[in-house]
Design a protein around this ligand. Structure first.
Ligand code: FMN
Length: 318
């Protein structure tokens, strides 16, 4: 698949996830075989005014190429300014978020709220396409709710406005993250546009990714919650999609080593204080595979530094 000039090596990609898909996490998923990675959603207004936190979320290097930077907002001029900042940081793609179900955003008419107004999405896409030279993609859902499926119309208008690919989360905004995804909406979007279509929703096992590609006809699949604590899913799904052998599950010691790599990356990126406050969130997804998970979870809250964390990992992961 190609998104603008960027060649995406295979269809197994990483879905953007707020509070998770930071630079160290993306590097790790890339190392395990994700073909395309994406930042979490960042407010365009913050990016446009170069807010410090927003710029830190835009930290990237060519090591994770090809990669997308994702912004959200409703004002075409602000989105265009923010997209220029994303391009300046070196991202290969700028991704526009029209999918976020968070009430604060939806009440401001941003994120998923825009799926109720396809022409407004097209105006934003057109303004951003005009402002940058990298490809512009969009992340959408099926529509505002089960009764209003706007995904195909949004995708068609966005394509006319110059979008280079569409990524569909196969749930409605009203559904948020609850309930099964309906993959058939991805097939309908695929039939509505010529640009590449990717999709996500409910990929928990490597085999789900293959089934998703087969059933929907999509060009790519994005793995969300299924990779939290389990980057091996990329290796396994990639091998399946390329007709390779089944990749064996990692040993406990391997899980511990990879968790440490991620946490050390977060200490480097955020500094000890903020990285430590993230420790429980980052490590519990990996630790759910250890026999004494509840003991680990209690102990991780008491860890005071990286040395203490290394000791804890050694104790529980071997
Ligand atoms: C914790 C969390 C945060 C998310 N943050 C974002 C985000 O910042 N931008 C975005 O486009 N999608 C976001 N998503 C949606 C995912 O990219 C993806 O579409 C969805 O999780 C797919 O479903 P699955 O987790 O069931 O596989 C988020 C999902 C979760 C679970």
């Amino acid at each position: 698949m190609k998104i603008g000039p960027s060649r995406i090596a295979h269809p197994i990609t990483l879905a953007p996830m707020e509070e998770h898909t930071n630079y160290p996490f993306r590097l790790l998923m890339k190392q395990f075989g994700a073909s395309l990675v994406c930042t979490e959603r960042i407010d365009a207004a913050d990016v446009a005014c170069r807010d410090r936190r927003a710029l830190r979320l835009l930290h990237t290097t060519t090591q994770e190429s090809p990669r997308a930077g994702q912004i959200s907002g409703a004002d075409p001029a602000v989105m265009a300014r923010a997209a220029r900042v994303v391009e300046e940081h070196g991202f290969d793609v700028v991704d526009l978020n029209f999918e976020c179900p968070i009430r604060r955003l939806v009440n401001r008419g941003e994120g998923g709220a825009l799926l109720g107004n396809p022409p407004a999405v097209a105006s934003i896409v057109a303004a951003v396409v005009n402002a940058v030279s990298i490809p512009v993609t969009l992340k959408i859902r099926s529509g505002p709710d089960a009764e209003h499926e706007t995904a195909s119309e949004v995708a068609r208008l966005a394509e006319e406005a110059g979008a280079a690919a569409v990524d569909v989360h196969a749930r409605s905004v009203a559904q948020a993250y609850v309930g099964g995804p309906d993959w058939s909406v991805v097939t309908r979007v695929k039939q509505a546009v010529r640009v590449p279509v990717l999709g996500s929703g409910g990929i928990r096992e490597p085999g789900d990714a293959i089934r998703f590609l087969k059933e929907t006809g999509a060009d790519g699949v994005a793995i969300g919650r299924g990779c939290l604590g389990n980057p091996w899913i990329f290796q396994q799904a990639r091998s399946l999609v390329q007709g390779g052998a089944i990749v064996r599950a990692p040993t406990s010691a391997e899980r511990g080593r990879v968790l440490l790599q991620l946490v050390e990356g977060e200490f480097r990126l955020y500094g000890p204080g903020p990285a430590q406050r993230r420790l429980a969130r980052t490590s519990c997804y990996f630790a759910k595979f250890v026999p004494e998970f509840s003991v680990f979870r209690e102990a991780v809250h008491k860890v005071r530094d990286l040395t203490g964390f290394r000791r804890l990992v050694k104790e529980h992961f071997g």
